[in-house]
Design a protein around this ligand. Sequence first.
Ligand code: NDP
Length: 445
Amino acid sequence: MDARLEAIRDTVLARNPGEAEFHQAVTEVFESLGPVHDRHPEFLEAAILERLCEPERQIIFRVPWTDDEGRVRINRGFRVEFNSALGPYKGGLRFHPSVYLGIVKFLGFEQIFKNALTGMPIGGGKGGSDFDPRGRSDAEVMRFCQSFMTELYRHIGEYTDVPAGDIGVGGREIGYLFGQYKRITNRYESGVLTGKGISWGGSLVRPEATGFGTVIFTQEMLKTRGTSFDGQRVVVSGSGNVAINAVAKAQSLGATVVACSDSSGYIVDPAGIDVALLRQVKEVDRARLKEYSVRRGGVSYVEGGSVWDVDATVALPCATQNELDGDAAAKLVRNGLLAVGEGANMPSTRDAVAVFQDAGVLFGPGKAANAGGVATSALEMQQNASRDSWSFEHTEARLTEIMVGIHHSCAATADEYGDPGNYVLGANIGGFVKVADAMLAQGLI
Ligand code: NDP
């Protein structure tokens, strides 16, 4: 890392102790930014990096609720409003027991650059809670969401901060959150949340957008090697919103997706995953992935273990951060891997990224490859602002155009900075320069 940037990075780490994921995200971005600061010393003079690493606002709050037995439960809620240089803070809410400030800050930090890459007018933010929705009844989830929004509502708004879903927050949770926001504020402010149901202000394609977008980005990378998804053998991790839609899109382009996972284990379906069954098991029945292997013949289920043991030509990590380490990456490379598209945020460790890049594997980092979700959220905001709703075809065409554009801009930036094919460099520099220019123009705020 450039020595000037390393000194700033070290200060950031010291100011934010114990936040390993935030440290990792900052380090990974700083490693790309040396060449930009050679060309733009004004960014250093204006302390852009120091300001970027300090969230504009961090909100931490108590979320009390009662379970079905009438017991009082307490969780912790977070919203980190990181950077509003390009637009209102935008980023999802994550409900998972692992959530703490360091996770929310890593996600919020990544979101700044991701949102910039989309070309849409959205700043970066993220939030969530250490609440675990798994095994909770609908009524419990509703009471939790209502309590969460009872504090959050005062900080958000369509011109201020627009949350969406992430791990553990899907259409059901967005519904409960929106209902409570409307009740407290007495305003039908559709643009305050994205990922809404279609009949009450949501956008077609938003549920599919992150997974679809990841595959579209990866397809663009494959094209640079004269190939495509057609005929590829694909492994996907996770079996949530992003994973399921990545499976669907990859198979629609002619690939065979042979495996996917949840936090308990993975399935191998050599004939290619039956998307309708997967949706039924995960989205309708809210069952564990193992249930898929019970209902479909010829499928094996491996308890525990790593889905990355399954050989593939394309890997799409779509579960969570640091789920793919250096050893798993080396195994995938030995097994003939061509490309990786990150549907999740920071799923590959820094070691894994190095293994992929050293082996010449096409590697699409999450902040570029999974930007289709937030981009379509911005399209939802556009529809809300104009009180319109677009067709599936129109919205999907816009998503495709945006993902192809992000691929092009990452590739062009990597070329410009003398490292062709390095999408990590392209994404980090491309996103950073847009935000840094806007921050410079807006003065010392
Ligand atoms: P979901 O909650 O719908 O699904 C998450 C999936 O990942 C589940 O299969 C879950 O398994 C698995 N998972 C979660 N935590 C772990 C863990 N610690 N170890 C192993 N598996 C785990 O979330 P999404 O699909 O929405 O999100 C997946 C990833 O995509 C996240 O990194 C998120 O930040 C990122 N992302 C999501 C966007 C969106 O639009 N939803 C947009 C951009 C990025 P289990 O059920 O067993 O917990």
